[in-house]
Design a protein around this ligand. Structure first.
Ligand SMILES: [Zn+2]
Length: 408
């Protein structure tokens, strides 16, 4: 017996690559078996198939049904907060100047180092709950607020604790090079330590498949530092990711292609050559317009990146710097700020986001995919980026099981 029949979807958007990519089925229906998509079509076809009974029938009520959103870039595991920074930024300070004065990431490193794994998990669980209520069924979570072996291990432990309680599937990334911690004067000395001590220790405990990530930016970590760290990560079996070209063109996009990264993220200042190299190397571009908004920095040239042939994803970059838990808001920013179309924005939070974390079984509702899906209260995907804020998410299903309902 199937787990579930879904019917009466105003639009069932499968994101399976058909019909120009989105695969929109009007008056859509779906059958779920053993937690996976077994069939999709129209409600009329479903009725004609007379499949008999399912354990559960879901009437979408004419609402839009999409794949569960995949958030491919978050820093959601941390302790404390940085609400004071909005005022500092309003008074002319920048992300980098706040960091240099011991604020920014340095403040979060202090607060996270001072918290237990249990405390970090408790604080972060509320953020995971918000992501779920906003339609996210899988989220990547970076470490990076420990920046010394015992505290990075503690962050991994915190994410493992979160995984046990979360209905959102979490994928861990070791962000070994995030900021040079205060006990090191020279970033190069810290990179030596990260490669020699932290990486092997993390590599022993990190659940696989795992990603390794670095912050490649002039004045933070150089392309040489990042190359050395990521090559050492690869030797230990990690897949690679990079924060690249957020504040300036440091050559991060090209390096991501050279090293075969799964994704390069931010890309506000990447050169056309760097973007072409990414397209050729099949590196997914992850764009984070919420961070551009918070830090008053340039939006990525999304249209050029898409035209160059890069698979282009969106993420929240949920962090103490840019506390955003809503893909819907990020899709609005993507359309208004990056000039992406609503279709590109939706593909960015589904199938393309899944590519950024090297997953083929999520992000679409093609037959065989995990039955992670969202029922929205509007009839068409075009509504999603149209409304800034609020939420249209009515019900969220993970592997065919209801994980969230707005009506409780
Ligand atoms: Zn980030």
């Amino acid at each position: 017996m199937p787990d579930l029949f879904l019917f009466n979807a105003g639009e069932l958007v499968t994101c399976d690559g058909s019909g120009g990519g989105l695969g929109v089925v009007e008056d859509g229906a779906m059958v779920v078996e053993k937690g996976r998509v077994a069939w999709t079509g129209t409600t009329r076809e479903l009725k004609r198939k007379s499949l008999g009974k399912a354990l559960k029938a879901v009437d979408a009520g004419g609402g839009l049904v999409t794949p569960g959103f995949v958030d491919p870039h978050t820093h959601l595991a941390f302790a404390g907060s940085r609400e004071d920074e909005l005022e500092r930024k309003a008074n002319g300070e920048t992300y980098v100047s706040i960091l240099e004065s011991g604020g920014g990431i340095q403040k979060t490193i202090r607060e996270t180092r001072n918290a237990s794994a249990k405390k970090i998990a408790e604080e972060s669980a509320a953020r995971v709950g918000e992501l779920l209520a906003n339609g996210v069924t899988t989220a990547e979570v970076k470490t990076g607020y420990g920046q010394r072996t015992k505290d990075e291990l503690k962050m991994i432990e915190a994410v493992e604790l979160l995984k046990k309680k979360s209905k959102v599937e979490l994928v861990t990334t070791f962000l070994g090079l995030h900021a040079t911690p205060p006990e090191f004067k020279d970033p190069g000395d810290y990179v030596d330590y990260a490669v020699r001590e932290m990486l092997p220790a993390v590599g022993r405990v990190m659940p696989r498949p795992a990603f390794s990530d670095c912050f490649c930016e002039e004045g933070i970590f150089s392309t040489e530092d990042c190359s050395r760290f990521l090559k050492a990560s690869r030797e230990l079996g990690f897949r690679l990711k990079m924060h690249a070209d957020e504040f300036g063109d440091s050559g991060g996009a090209s390096l991501s292609a050279e090293l075969g990264c799964a994704s390069a993220d931010h890309l506000g200042h990447s050169s056309p050559d760097g973007v072409r190299a990414m397209a050729k190397g099949q590196v997914t571009a992850v764009l984070l317009p919420g961070t551009s908004l918070y830090s008053s920095i340039r939006y990525a040239d999304a249209r050029d990146i898409i035209e160059a042939g890069c698979s282009t994803a969106l993420g929240t970059d949920l962090s103490p710097n840019s506390w955003i838990e809503s893909p819907q808001i990020v899709m609005s920013l993507a359309c208004a700020g990056l000039k992406m179309t609503p279709a590109q924005a939706l593909l960015g939070f589904t199938v393309n986001a899944a590519k950024a974390i090297a997953r083929e079984d999520i992000g679409s509702l093609k037959v065989g995919s995990l039955a992670d899906f969202v029922v929205h209260s509007v009839p068409s995907y075009r509504f999603l980026p149209y409304r800034v804020g609020g939420s249209y998410v009515e019900r969220v299903f993970k592997r065919g099981q209801e994980a969230f309902s707005r009506t409780g």
